[in-house]
Design a binder for this molecule. Structure first.
Ligand code: GRG
Length: 400
């Protein structure tokens, strides 16, 4: 096992090789018919695979991720000759495509050669599927029907500008973020021109055929802002929550509309203040007042602070120590809080948190490799964001 220490105030150990082992072996464990975790997370496997690939991508090169996980090629599960070779992840992603709706489902439950896919499509899994294809550099795969996926996404926009997650209609600012990110990954996001005076009104009604109404979508996001604390909720009037803040700030950033935040009283500073107040005595961050710290908020809050240029408003060394304390020193992986069981969701968001505060790179042995950085807007390795040509609006870093 390799552990390496950083020369600054934050000392490790950081369990690089254990984390890699944890992530790589997770798929085999969850696939086992006797796995409880496998059964209860079966419906959201697409997001689980995205978290695994994105986490491993921060620690290893694209080529290594492909070789370890079988991203583009089928692989034989190590140490178990009885099991058939596992299909390439990219082939599995296409098996989860729901032709009827045009989006991706959360799993195909083993039916890799069967059509139709037995799971309904959802915006959450459509985004995870596109993120996986982006990591694998397969967004131009001929099996990806970009027109149909675009139609699925645009068809979920409602009259008030909000988005539903699927045909059943639940509305949440999470789905606006997913819609914007999906369309950006497809190269189909219409960007607004806020200079045009007619669009500065809140009563914009037109919607061009086949696209979303980006003006209404952005105005809807702004209507979910709570003026007393500057935060955002899942729908207008809902309690501010750090997860929703990421979605709303991320959506404003992807749609190059972040500057509109400062049209409201308090603007970006009031929100940054609320986000900074989420740091608990333990150094960890919570998602809203009076709640427990949880490693995942290292992502939801730091990504938003990073977009707003205010990462320095929290004590990053204390946060790094909290995340490091949540590592499993025996089996690798990161948990929600110290001494809990690790899972891949918290492993990804813990590593991403360390990346956003510049601590992850310090644990890397420069003679062996370079860790990759996470992009705070698209939740993908920065080199992937550059390769795909994704753009976003961010605020310059604050010096105070
Ligand atoms: C690509 C990164 C990425 C995201 C896609 C799914 C999504 C868009 C965003 C989810 C944002 C969100 C709402 C995150 C919060 C998740 C969470 C930990 C919810 C727990 O809420 P409570 O109320 O927990 O159970 P607290 O911490 O408030 O007690």
């Amino acid at each position: 096992m390799t552990t390496c220490n950083t020369p600054t105030a934050v000392t490790g150990p950081f369990y690089d090789e254990l984390h890699v082992k944890y992530i790589v072996s997770l798929g085999h464990k969850l696939d086992s018919p006797s796995s409880y975790e496998g059964a209860v997370t079966e419906h959201l496997r697409m997001s689980g695979v995205y978290w695994s690939l994105a986490a491993l991508s921060l620690l290893r090169s694209t080529e290594e991720v492909d070789a370890f996980m079988g991203l583009t090629k089928s692989i034989v599960v190590e140490g178990d000759e009885k099991l058939p070779a596992r299909p390439a992840i990219v082939d599995w992603v296409f098996a989860c495509y729901d032709e009827k709706s045009g989006g991706f489902g959360g799993n195909c439950s083993g039916a890799i050669d069967e059509s139709p896919c037995p799971h309904d499509a959802h915006l959450l899994y459509t985004l995870s599927a596109l993120q996986i294809l982006a990591i694998a550099d397969c967004l131009d795969d001929e099996r990806l029907n970009k027109d149909a996926v675009e139609k699925f996404v645009t068809g979920l926009q409602n009259e008030d500008g909000s988005f539903s997650g699927d045909k059943w209609g639940e509305i949440d600012t999470r789905f606006t973020y997913c819609a914007f990110s999906c369309l950006a990954l497809l190269g189909r996001l219409p960007l607004p021109n806020w200079e045009e005076s007619s669009h500065n009104s809140t009563t914009v009604t037109e919607k061009r055929d086949g696209t979303i109404d980006i003006y209404k979508a952005v105005r809807y996001i702004l209507s979910c802002r709570n003026s007393f604390d500057g935060g955002f909720g899942s729908v207008p009037g809902a309690e501010s929550h750090a997860g929703q803040v990421f979605c709303c700030i991320g959506a404003l950033s992807i749609s190059h509309s972040l500057h509109l935040l400062n049209e409201n009283e308090g603007g970006a500073d009031l929100l940054s203040w609320w986000l900074a107040e989420r740091q608990c005595d333990s150094g960890g961050l919570n998602g809203r007042p009076e709640k427990q710290a949880d490693v995942c908020y290292s992502w939801w809050i730091l990504s938003a602070l990073s977009i707003l240029g205010k990462v320095n408003w929290i004590d990053t060394s204390k946060l790094a120590l909290f995340i490091l304390n949540c590592q499993d020193e025996d089996d690798g992986g990161i948990a929600d809080r110290p001494n809990d069981m690790p899972d891949v969701y918290h492993t990804f968001f813990g590593l991403s948190g360390l990346s956003l505060i510049g601590e992850l790179g310090k644990f890397c042995d420069p003679d062996r490799r370079k860790y990759r950085e996470i992009d705070p807007v698209f939740a993908l390795p920065s080199d992937v964001v550059q390769r795909v040509g994704l753009t976003a609006q961010v605020m310059s870093a604050s010096t105070v």
